[in-house]
Design a protein around this ligand. Structure first.
Ligand SMILES: [Zn+2]
Ligand SMILES: [Zn+2]
Length: 371
């Protein structure tokens, strides 16, 4: 770590006035960017540590206020690092990236739909255009094998909460200025679940779910592009108390290509052709995303001319047609000519009525013979 720690706001990329929500959002963004599953930089682990540290302070109102006042010289905190991030040095990028779990019961104690997960998948242009079967390795919460999701140690089972009788709520009588009032509150004993686990499952600490690494081979359809999301239904976190599983969202990132530039469904490339081929006409090999093809260059083709190969671009991801490939030709002016070749070109220039050897000639022949 650097001797002078960086400013926490700067690390998360937020303004000093940012509210808790923006800080949380910025933190997730940064944590995802440098997550070791995504970022292959050598200092990614250090960055994550720094990001976690910044978030620990800025997400805690008291510590943030102290930091705002004293900066890094704030009196040291004995509880530093406690209660956040568990024993893992990395924050889990798969946790509730998509915000609130969708659907499911809001009521405590009822079945809850599992969280949606996000997986950032990098593809080459070839893979994105042609489609590919891609292995995807991710972590998710699954129903615990040992207790089959009940959270109770095998051989035992959860019992109905005696305090609320399984309702999950209790009525409390309060003496107020207006007299006695009854309020409905979440049962403090079972925390609203209605059942109490006397001996929690050791494997999952009574959670009923455990984090597991899963690998899937996913069929990526041809035509995906950066930023597109593909849901894999039911591949997210397992639900709680019998709720349905969430979804896993693949988010695509298509890498730059050496030869092709992509513009939506079109591919664009540049191809060098010789001066003679451009002048006299020829047939040249041009690259396709999955091979090569012969392209007829007509006589008198100018540099910068664009040829279109219909249907050789990117297929629509929903199967609605295909884009085109555009080949832009670049006529290469020869730089090293033999005496004999120069003589032939002089004769050619002569026949065109040009005087290539003279200094004022700034045309093609001027450049050919000027050097
Ligand atoms: Zn268990
Ligand atoms: Zn209860």
């Amino acid at each position: 770590m650097a001797a002078q720690p960086r400013d926490y706001y700067e690390i998360l990329g937020v303004e000093r006035e940012s509210d808790a929500t923006s800080i949380k959002r910025a933190y997730r963004k940064q944590a995802m960017k440098y997550h070791p599953d995504v970022c292959k930089d050598a200092d990614a682990a250090d960055r994550i540590k720094e990001i976690n540290e910044a978030y620990e302070v800025l997400s805690d109102e008291t510590r943030r206020a102290k930091y705002d006042r004293y900066g890094h010289d704030a009196p040291s905190q004995p509880d530093f690092g406690g209660g956040f991030g568990g024993d893992s040095p990395f924050v889990d990028i798969f946790e509730t990236i998509f915000g609130q779990p969708m659907g499911g019961g809001r009521t405590r104690g009822g079945p809850m739909r599992g969280d949606d997960l996000r997986y950032d998948l990098e593809l080459t242009l070839e893979e994105a255009v042609l489609g590919v079967d891609k292995p995807v390795k991710f972590q998710r919460m699954e129903s615990c094998d040992a207790c089959t999701g009940s959270g109770a140690q095998p051989g035992t089972e959860a019992t109905t909460c005696v305090q609320c009788g399984g309702d999950g709520h209790v009525r409390v009588v309060q003496e107020t200025m207006l007299g006695r009032m009854t309020a409905r509150q979440t049962c403090p004993r079972c925390r609203g679940v209605g059942r109490v686990i006397a001996s929690p499952c050791v494997a999952c600490n009574g959670q009923g779910r455990a984090r597991k690494v899963r690998e899937r081979t996913v069929k990526i359809p041809p035509g995906v592009d950066t930023g597109m999301k593909m849901p894999l239904h039911g591949e997210g976190d397992a639900g709680e108390r019998g709720g349905p599983a969430g979804d896993l969202y693949l988010v695509f990132h298509v890498k730059e290509h050496d030869v092709f530039e992509r513009q939506d469904r079109d591919l664009i490339c540049e191809v060098d052709i010789s001066f003679a081929a451009a002048t006299l006409g020829s047939t040249v090999q041009v690259p396709l995303i999955n091979g090569t093809e012969e392209l007829r260059i007509p006589e008198g083709t100018q540099s910068g001319h664009r040829f279109t190969l219909r249907g050789k671009g990117v297929p629509d991801v929903h199967g609605r047609g295909k884009g085109d490939e555009h080949v832009i030709v670049n006529v290469v002016v020869p730089t090293r000519l033999t005496q004999e070749q120069k003589e032939l070109l002089r004769q050619f220039a002569d026949s065109m009525g040009e005087k290539p050897n003279e200094h004022e000639n700034r045309g093609l022949f001027g450049r050919l013979f000027g050097g």
